[in-house]
Design a binder for this molecule. Structure first.
Ligand SMILES: Cc1cc2nc3c(=O)[nH]c(=O)nc-3n(C[C@H](O)[C@H](O)[C@H](O)COP(=O)(O)OP(=O)(O)OC[C@H]3O[C@@H](n4cnc5c(N)ncnc54)[C@H](O)[C@@H]3O)c2cc1C
Length: 436
């Protein structure tokens, strides 16, 4: 079978690799000049390469780790201390081990104990159908109390969801707590976090190399502009430079982009696609000549700051270089998307200096700003019933993206697992056709 895959991010490349392992003739159509998507990397003028966004591995990312080992990347996996904390009123409150937990002054003892109970609860909760119907706020207030919600959760939700979290499902917090809690050992609560030495881009590169060896093809600068369907059947794709026909097509791109590629008459399905909402992202990255702190991650509980988190890792191949990410999640069309890099630097650095008074621009080796309109699908209430299937209503046309891994977080582990499932379903089930 000739199969086209739209998108050369981790999902598209993993899927293409799985499909070509089953001896199909697969072509990736990528709009950019290289693969990567959100796992892309930045190359500065002195040759220094850093991941565009920070990507970590958890101890429980077993499928991902197995794939890395299979592709010969096991020696690239490194671990560092997962020291974490919160920033409130420009002060840092560590939360990395049992001693920090005991002395954590942002919450009183009763609320701290409720927080501990809540984390344990996320490990045992299995009724995701119930959580899917609850808002994050209702669930957090119910099990953590009003005080903890106002002091910790409200500012975190505001920062993560650009101020609009009324319809965010409890599954988001459940999935986040569950993932983060796997880093920490009970009872000490300390832990480590994994990285690929050359970033997740090296995983995509290794997958792409294996895909090419299996006979796969990658077409770059190939922006898909339209997917043509007739009588309920996929026909061909129109791209910026030509038209291509395949026996099947799978779109490994965000749902709002996919919706725009379908022709106008298919209104009912398009209305379903439009229910899928995403967060955009603006993420300045600074390469410093010294560490800002000894924390891996700090979450800000002050909504007046322009960024939500501070993430720092030492550069794994360049001693004395420290990479700091300062992400701000936004609505995809938020005004910040159009603000220049220079203005973003000014706005961000003023606040960074409040937390780290010794921080100065002289310490900066490199600075860059990345923007993504569709960085992460939002967990909305009642998504279990609205989740889009990989089989679209058109025979031969499939959708594979991170919105479909709900109620889990859209992590690389989830992408690898999903890509396998999608390939298996595409190859084992009879394509359906719904004439429209
Ligand atoms: C800030 C941030 C931090 C993250 N951190 C972690 C982490 O620590 N650990 C973890 O496991 N996961 C993390 N993730 C999640 C991980 O990055 C994603 O799950 C994964 O990258 C999703 O890959 P994808 O292929 O689905 O999408 P994308 O990476 O967005 O790929 C889509 C591809 O499609 C292409 N494309 C789009 N439209 C067209 C078109 N019309 N024609 C042709 N090509 C097109 C794009 O150019 C892109 O290459 C993070 C994500 C973000 C945003």
């Amino acid at each position: 079978m000739r199969i086209g895959v739209i998108g050369g991010g981790l999902m598209g490349v993993a899927l293409a690799y799985n499909l070509s392992q089953a001896n199909h003739q697969v072509t990736i159509l990528e709009q950019g000049t290289h693969l990567g998507g959100l796992n892309d990397q930045l190359e500065f003028d002195d040759g220094l390469v850093v991941p565009r966004y920070q990507h970590a591995l958890m101890p429980t990312d077993t499928t991902l780790r197995e794939l890395c080992a299979k592709l010969g990347l096991e020696d690239d996996l490194i671990f560092q201390n997962a020291r974490a904390g919160f920033v409130n009123n420009d002060s840092i409150y560590p939360m990395s081990n049992i001693l920090d937990f005991v002395s954590f002054s942002m919450l009183g003892l009763r609320d701290r104990l409720r927080l501990g109970r809540m984390i344990l609860l996320t490990r045992t909760t299995s009724n995701l159908h119930e959580l899917d119907k609850l808002t994050a706020k209702d669930w957090l207030v119910r099990i953590g109390g009003v005080e903890a919600f106002e002091r910790i959760w409200r500012p975190l939700l505001e920062a993560k969801f650009d101020g609009v979290y009324d319809n965010v499902s409890a599954t988001y917090v459940w999935a986040w707590l569950n993932r983060m809690s796997t880093v920490r050992q009970v009872p000490q609560l300390s832990g480590t976090i994994g990285y690929l030495k050359r970033g997740h881009f090296s995983l995509i590169q290794a997958l792409a190399d294996a895909f090419i060896q299996l006979g796969g093809e990658i077409k770059y600068d190939m922006r898909v502009r339209e997917i043509e369907v007739q009588n309920g059947q996929f026909q061909r794709v129109r791209t910026s430079t030509g038209t291509f026909e395949y026996d099947a097509l799978v779109a490994a791109i965000a749902t709002p982009i996919f919706a725009r590629l379908l022709p106008a008459p298919y209104l009912e399905y398009r209305a379903r696609l439009e229910k899928s909402k995403y967060l955009g992202l603006i993420c300045p990255v600074i390469v410093l000549d010294r560490p800002l702190s000894n924390f891996w991650t700090l979450n800000l509980t002050d909504p007046t700051y322009p960024f939500a988190t501070i993430i720092q890792t030492p550069h794994s191949e360049k001693p004395g270089h420290y990479i700091v990410y300062l992400p701000r999640y936004t609505a995809p069309d938020n005004d910040w998307m159009g603000v220049s890099d220079g203005d973003i630097a000014e706005a961000w650095f003023v606040h960074l200096k409040k937390i780290f008074p010794t921080f100065s621009k002289d310490q900066i080796i490199h600075f860059a700003v990345s923007r993504s309109r569709y960085a992460e699908p939002i967990h909305m209430v009642n998504m279990l019933q609205n989740k889009l299937d990989i089989q679209t209503p058109y025979a031969g046309l499939y959708l594979a993206n991170t919105a479909q891994v709900y109620p889990y977080l859209s992590t690389s582990e989830a992408v690898i697992v999903h890509a396998r499932e999608v390939a298996e379903r595409m190859l084992t089930t009879q394509p359906i056709s719904m004439a429209v």
